[in-house]
Design a binder for this molecule. Structure first.
Ligand code: FAD
Ligand code: NA
Length: 385
């Protein structure tokens, strides 16, 4: 077999966007290698056998963007439904709308505050730490929205996400806690939002559907028993690598730390379990952070009405063998990352991208946007190298 013009490690949205540009714009012959047995990275979804419901295998994925170029680009591969994301939270047996808005505030205080009255109240409650620099996440939360709302809706939820008391977390984890002084509880503020009409996997497969793009599944870049491995390719074939940057260098400068989630799936003999797609659980007494009910992502579909499935989501620190989901980004991590970045920049004919390759949380539209920039600015040179 002759070598392809470009090897891409990872078939997530970053890798697929590079593959598309290389093949469709530059006419390059591209091989994507993917260690999992399916395409698409974490955006992958599959149809549940027992219910026929589309399930986001690695956790709920909502597409949203205000980037015109990205919106136009993704619409080349899929259309989107008019789904608008909303989130609710259960606190001490009562359901409230999120993010915190005038509806949440009035329900919580059993009141009928106007926008300016609510603003005044929250400003007064947030004044508890006035003039002091918050030393930890707990004080920061109180200084942003006041103790009552913080303790009800943020403190324990955040504590569960981090498996750490917010008093022991750095204030820098949150820079702001949005409070809306209207009844608008749309979760995202972006211009465009929706879910891929025929599902995520159809979208991701369309991106790779080109005679110049070959996808090799269940193929690991570091496995020397397969031909397209790091040792063979390094310096010989242009590579775009979207796996973990620390893994690439054999963790020689240490591991970058991540959080992961565990999803516990349950099938139920009811048509509708919770009436909405995402219900957070704000209290410490409930061990999971939220319950996803995927049928509600597609109200336009003809799903069976006598059964559903739910996913309880638990958050924890990732070990090396877990799926890395959210970068912890401590100051130690950031220092390690800078060192890995230097090594990555010096790596012959390999570009690093995507959320794992750059150790960054990237929403889908950000991963696609970053890949389009790489395709504009670096891909032509890489393909000539
Ligand atoms: P990935 O999708 O992670 O793809 C990387 C691929 O590389 C993987 O398939 C992996 O198997 C493969 N790989 C790694 N190492 C190797 C190797 N050695 N050899 C071969 N292949 C390898 N974004 C949104 O916009 N909205 C959301 O609601 C949203 N929710 C999310 C929820 C969760 C739980 C998570 C984790 C992410 C969420 N995202 C969401 C972000 C979205 O998943 C990312 O934007 C997207 O995954 C980025 O794509 P990527 O290609 O950089 O990485
Ligand atoms: Na992805």
């Amino acid at each position: 077999m002759s070598n392809p013009d470009l090897v891409i490690v990872g078939s997530g949205l970053f890798g697929l966007t590079i593959a598309d540009r290389a093949a469709r714009e530059h006419g390059a012959r591209v091989t994507i290698i993917e260690s999992r047995d399916h395409i698409g990275g974490n955006a992958y979804s599959e149809v549940d056998d027992r219910t026929g419901i589309e399930v986001h295998k690695y956790g709920a994925h909502l597409f949203h963007t205000s980037n015109e170029r990205v919106w136009k680009y993704v619409n080349d591969f899929t259309s989107f439904t008019d789904y608008v994301h909303k989130v609710y939270t259960t606190h001490q047996g009562v359901v409230y709308p999120m993010p915190i808005n005038l509806g949440t505030i009035n329900q919580f205080f059993s009141a009928a505050y106007s926008p300016s009255e609510a603003r005044e109240l929250i400003a007064e409650q947030a004044g508890e730490f006035a003039g002091k620099d918050p030393e930890n996440l707990n004080d920061k939360g109180i200084s942003l929205i006041g103790r009552p709302l913080y303790e009800a809706f943020i403190k324990h939820y955040t504590g569960k996400q981090w498996q750490t008391d917010p008093k022991d977390l750095p204030a820098s984890i949150i820079s702001r806690l949005p409070v809306r002084y209207t009844y608008d509880n749309r979760y995202f503020n972006d211009t465009y939002e929706g879910l891929p009409t025929k599902g995520y996997t159809a979208w991701l497969e369309n991106m790779a559907d080109h005679p110049n793009i070959e996808v090799k599944l269940s193929t690991d870049y570091f496995d020397e028993s397969q031909e397209l491995n790091k040792k063979n390719l390094r310096g010989n074939v242009p590579v775009v690598y979207t796996g973990p940057v620390d893994r690439y260098f054999d963790y020689e400068l240490g591991d970058l730390k991540w959080r992961t989630i565990d999803l516990e799936t349950e099938h139920l003999d009811v048509g509708d379990f919770q009436g909405t797609s995402v219900m957070n659980y704000a209290d410490e007494s409930v061990p999971f952070t939220r319950i996803i009910e995927p049928r509600h992502f597609h109200p336009e579909r003809d799903y069976a009405t006598d059964r559903t499935l739910i996913q309880r989501e638990f958050s924890r620190f990732a070990e090396r063998d877990d799926e890395p989901y959210y970068p912890i980004n401590s100051s130690a991590d950031r220092e390690t990352l800078l060192q890995y970045r230097e090594k990555a920049a010096a790596e012959p004919s390999t570009l690093f991208g995507g959320r794992l390759g750059t150790y960054q949380y990237l929403d889908m539209h950000m991963a696609i946007g970053a890949a389009l920039s790489m395709a504009d600015n670096k891909l032509p040179d890489l393909l000539r190298s």
